[in-house]
Write a protein that binds this ligand. Structure first.
Ligand code: UDX
Length: 436
């Protein structure tokens, strides 16, 4: 099939590349000439495991193209994906100007039937607004489909190629048939393509992310409680996760969820509810608890140092909001660094992928280490903010040589408690206690 993808951000690039992989002819459009030139030359603008292989293969085999020429791409395509940003506007609600602007541009170009697919996370009712743009600007028949993405950064290619489900909001039989043909290769294992109305589809995305954020937050509060009552959160997690109604996944406590989706979507759903005079109380608590959880390590640290960390030096391992990504949006590390500096401490950081991104935001407020051990030089304590694999089995004797004191505050529960005690560390993690 002939596909256009408008917007080559994270979602657009993964979508375009993965659609080319099953034999479609895909053209990705962006207004950023520089970026398009780079992609035409085979340069991939984001770090996402497994994507580079598919990206290069499909460019070489002539199925994946990049261009700034919107009109030519639209005319040549049967299905047009919109993967455009929807940043929070001044009032906190999603800013739809990119999507509605693109819809107008497309409406002015099209000469025959197209399926317009929205991949961005948008408020309920957006599909209707997009439809209205077409009705007001073109006499050509189009179908607008809401198709939320559920890609996780770090495993986005796998998530796209083998999705748990594909959600499609449309009532049009013609669009349903085309979208089924397009997505059938991705659901060979029997996972469902779920058709529903546009509004339900739009809400599904917010509901899924908000539910998961709530699940994590609930576990974070259980972990906090474990510490106070002398229980062990790993045991509780296994105990409840074995119940199939609860499930094992997304039960890992830590220092709060971050990233480009959960924080934004929980806030957007809460706001959307209040716009129709519904007070979504759970979501408000989730946001408050998560904000506090991001600073959990700082409050533990302050307690350990009797509320005075002025002049202390700390190492931070992990800056990305989670492993296998260079994304630092809403990352707990950002909040931790800010707080430590405010309280008079100095900080050296290390992350395998996110150093440049942090540098762009906080510049020389912190020192940057070339490696994980170098980061520990003269540090009073180590703080672990992201569970990168290389932090899981470190050389503890090398760590001892560098650290001033054997003190670790671990926001991701990476190490065995008994081992840490045996090695003489002060080791403070989240919600855990030794089981004797
Ligand atoms: C998420 C959704 O999973 C995806 O479906 C959606 O389309 C986009 O948002 P992503 O933000 O890439 O994906 O990350 P995810 O792996 O879901 O993790 C989100 C956050 O939750 C991270 O900060 C992670 O550290 C945290 N998390 C996750 C926990 O704290 N505990 C867990 O058990 C799982």
């Amino acid at each position: 099939m002939k596909i256009a993808v408008i917007g080559t951000g994270y979602v657009g690039l993964v979508t375009g590349t993965c659609l080319a992989e099953t034999g479609n002819d895909v053209i990705c459009i962006d207004i950023n000439t520089e970026k398009v030139k780079k992609m035409q030359n085979g340069e991939i603008p984001i770090y996402e495991p497994g994507l580079d292989l598919l990206f290069h293969r499909n460019i070489e085999q002539g199925r994946l193209h990049f261009s700034t020429d919107l009109a030519a791409a639209i005319k040549a395509s049967e299905i047009i994906f919109m993967a455009l940003p929807t940043p929070p506007g001044g009032d906190g609600a999603a800013d739809l100007s990119y999507i509605l602007g693109a819809a107008k541009d497309i409406a002015n170009i099209i000469e025959d039937y197209k399926v317009i697919v929205n991949k961005s996370t948008v408020p309920v009712g957006t599909a209707d607004k997009v439809k209205a743009v077409f009705e007001n600007n073109s006499s050509v028949n189009v179908d607008v489909v809401s198709n939320p993405e559920f890609l996780r950064e770090g495993v986005a290619v796998d998530d796209f190629m083998k999705p748990d489900r594909i959600v499609l909001g449309t009532k049009s039989e013609r669009a349903k048939a085309l979208m089924t043909e397009l997505y059938n290769p991705y659901v060979r294992q029997g996972n469902p393509i779920l058709f529903m109305d546009e509004r339900s589809s739009e809400l599904t995305k917010y509901a899924a992310n908000s539910f998961l954020a709530t699940k994590i937050t609930f576990m974070n509060e259980i972990a906090n409680l474990c510490e106070l009552v002398g229980a062990d959160v790993d045991s509780v997690r296994r105990g409840i996760g074995a119940d199939e109604r609860i499930g094992k996944r997304f039960l890992f406590p830590g220092i709060g969820y971050g990233g480009s989706c959960f924080p934004k979507d929980v806030q957007a759903l809460s706001m959307a509810a209040s716009e129709v005079n519904y007070d979504f109380k759970i979501l408000k608590s989730v946001m408050t608890v998560n904000q506090e959880q991001k600073l959990l390590l700082v409050s533990k640290l302050l307690k350990y140092y009797n509320q005075d960390i002025n002049g202390k030096h700390f190492a931070i391992w992990g800056l990305a909001f989670k492993p296998e990504t260079d994304d630092i949006r809403e990352a707990p590390a950002l909040y931790i660094i800010d707080e430590l500096i405010k309280k008079g401490a100095t900080v050296t950081v290390f992350d395998p992928e996110a150093m440049d991104n942090i540098n762009n935001i906080i510049g020389d407020k912190v020192s940057y280490a070339k490696g994980q051990y170098e980061a520990l030089e003269n540090a009073d304590a180590l703080l672990i903010a992201t569970e990168w694999s290389l932090f899981r089995t470190p050389d503890f004797s090398r760590m001892e040589e560098k650290l001033i004191s054997k003190v670790i505050f671990d926001g991701r529960n990476l190490y065995d408690l008994q081992k840490m005690i045996d090695m003489g560390y002060y080791y403070n993690s989240v919600g855990r206690k030794l089981i004797n």
